[in-house]
Design a protein around this ligand. Structure first.
Ligand code: NAD
Length: 351
């Protein structure tokens, strides 16, 4: 079936959605856009689409069956609900809402409308994340017990609305929501505690760096970190498993796994070793021949799979990959992150 999609908020990400759909999703035609800045009309028309001069004009256009909302975060809730009430299928940018209460209202509107509602958590299709998922699926290095996921930069900037509290600025909402979505997708076991440390190194209103420790009911712990003031980066992923360790250094997915050698006969003595830091048995480097280094698994992934799934859900009743219920779990954790920062305490929960 041919779908006609309109975009609300035709800025950086809104125009990316247009280009992405044009290149990869033949079933969807982007026909129009609405933006509160009238000057955006010129770009929209140049890109061959209609510019709506009001939200009502878009909502009342019967030819539009899908809407993508890509405005600053604080506008998502009202816009998504209006679209659903006008019978549109809705895709909303992340973070879908400012808190779990807002999302619950949106989910109620989606239920009432019977229309599709999903969140653009495109980083579920990032190569580094898909590799981590594959390692766990293959159980190559045993079971995980501590997973560290970091994105670190040093530009010390929160562009435009991202620096304002009222717009839902800050790094927890911006990159944090991606890393939390990945971590919760990876570990279905309930989160039982959240301990967060938010920093304002240069921003006057919002967190510009943060670390959050999550404890899961099944015994796994995770660290999620976003930095904009880090001048020596740690790996994108560091995963400790019972039989080995996996590291993904960067977005190019340089990295490796090192595991205990499976050759039982490779014995070695646990004698005291004289290191640069003095004598030690426990921390002396392990003899190299007792370990095996493995390449990271090869994976194929593509952000376009997000919209392919959306089309498949509407046309063929396929299972929705990014479900509002999953976004609600993420927002519940984000609520706990802000509560932890405010109280200075670890928050006990069951999320
Ligand atoms: P942006 O500032 O580049 O664009 C936002 C646009 O929305 C602007 O053109 C602005 O005029 C318009 N706008 C503001 N309020 C509006 C309203 N009430 N109604 C209609 N239009 C309005 O911001 P951006 O970087 O494109 O971010 C937009 C959204 O996309 C945010 O929610 C952000 O978190 C998300 N985003 C997601 C990703 C991703 O990888 N999934 C990447 C970047 C941004």
């Amino acid at each position: 079936m041919a779908h006609h999609l309109a975009i609300i908020g035709y800025g950086g990400m809104g125009s990316w959605h247009h280009q992405n759909i044009k290149e990869h999703i033949p079933e969807i035609t982007v026909t129009g856009a609405y933006d509160i800045r009238p000057e955006v009309e010129e770009t929209a028309v140049k890109n061959g689409i209609h510019f709506y001069h009001s939200l009502e004009e878009l909502l009342n256009d019967p030819s539009v069956d899908m809407v993508t909302v890509a405005t600053p975060n604080n506008f998502h809730k009202d816009l998504v609900i209006s679209c659903l009430e006008h019978g549109k299928n809705v895709i909303c940018e992340k973070p879908v809402a400012m808190n779990s209460k807002e999302l619950e209202e949106m989910m109620a509107a989606a239920k009432k409308s019977g229309k599709l509602f999903s969140v653009h958590q495109n980083r579920r299709w990032d190569k580094d994340y898909v590799i981590i998922k594959q390692i766990l699926k293959d159980q190559t290095i045993g079971s995980p017990y501590f997973i560290e996921s970091r994105v670190q930069g040093s530009r010390r900037s929160l562009d435009g609305w991202r620096g304002y509290k009222v717009n839902g600025g800050g790094m927890v909402y911006d990159w944090g929501v991606h890393l939390l979505d990945q971590m919760l997708d990876l570990i279905p076991s309930p989160v039982v505690s959240v301990d967060a440390h938010l920093f304002q190194i240069f921003s006057e209103e919002v967190d510009d760096n943060f670390k959050a420790f999550l404890r899961f009911e099944n015994g796994i712990s995770a660290l999620v970190e976003i930095a904009t003031n880090c001048f020596i980066n740690q790996p994108r992923w560091h995963m400790s498993c019972t039989d080995g360790t996996a590291v993904i250094e960067d977005w190019e997915c340089n990295g490796k796994m090192v595991k205990l050698s499976s050759d039982e006969k490779m014995e070695w003595t646990n004698d005291i070793v004289y290191t640069a830091a003095g004598p030690t048995r426990t921390m002396a480097p392990r003899p190299v021949h007792t370990t095996t280094q493995l390449a990271l698994p090869e994976v194929k992934t593509d952000w376009a799979n997000y919209y392919k799934n959306i089309v498949d859900v509407i046309d063929n009743g396929a299972d929705l990959i990014v479900k509002p219920e999953q976004a609600l779990r993420v927002l519940n954790v984000i609520d706990a992150i802000f509560e932890s920062q405010q109280t200075g305490q670890s928050i006990k929960c069951h999320i």
